[in-house]
Write a protein that binds this ligand. Sequence first.
Ligand code: NAP
Length: 258
Amino acid sequence: MSKTALITGASKGIGRELAFLFAKDGCNLVLVARSADLLVTLKEELEEDYAVSVHIVAADLSQPDAAQAVFSEVKTRGIDTDYLVNNAGFGNYGRFLDAEWNCHERMITLNITTLTHLTYLFANDWKGRKAGRILNVSSTAAFQPGPMMAVYFATKSFVLHLSEALAHEFGQEQISVTTLCPGPTSTHFGEVSKMNASRLVKHVRIAGAGEVASLGYKAMMRGKPVVIHGQMNKLAPFGIRFLPRKWVTRLSAKIMQQ
Ligand SMILES: NC(=O)c1ccc[n+]([C@@H]2O[C@H](COP(=O)([O-])OP(=O)(O)OC[C@H]3O[C@@H](n4cnc5c(N)ncnc54)[C@H](OP(=O)(O)O)[C@@H]3O)[C@@H](O)[C@H]2O)c1
């Protein structure tokens, strides 16, 4: 019997690429994002090319209780899920005090609360059947503080630590939890977050969304706990373990400058 994956942030970027990978393997999909028009086009393309069944749920996941609303919608439609991909997320480049509070609040709700709540709801649903896989999209931002994107870096650190802990806890339930940590990747993220102005983006190789999605997909299917995209991106989290934290923050601040 065909399996079903729910992907948040499936309308663009890494999430869209993940949708193609699942569909190519014959997996049915529930695609979630705000852009209903993009989701409808993607649904038509996937159903035609891969003969899978695709449901769409247009929702703003930065709103409180969005996770419960999506979960209830999936249940109401009688859809049984096997995979959950918490991919939707955004950042905002700039000084902490210069952004509207609402921007920080929506980011925390989307990147942390909705991801955590969806994980809770779906993993509870799967508990009895001793199967299920979760892919949580974090970032290389998870490994250090990030002046100029302080809230974003902190949210991604939360995702990494939560997911690693749950990967351990859920062993009993035979539910795997994989964290994908991409470095700078060519998607709408740079534009949305205004991060293209930072040195980080100007001086590193920008990965393709397809290669990042593929790495995350394979790691999820193998039940790997954490996967970092790119050789250089793997060096930094290792290297900074040996530096005083104050230096790490200063170094990160330099890289995040315009
Ligand atoms: N690109 C990078 O350099 C990079 C690096 C590290 C980590 N990441 C992470 O990778 C993940 C995917 O981002 P991406 O790079 O693929 O960026 P993207 O091209 O901007 O895609 C973001 C996706 O999230 C959805 N989304 C954003 N806000 C939403 C909301 N309030 N409610 C529902 N869906 C929402 C967007 O759909 P709608 O606009 O249609 O809602 C879109 O499908 C994010 O978690 C990001 O933090 C990206």
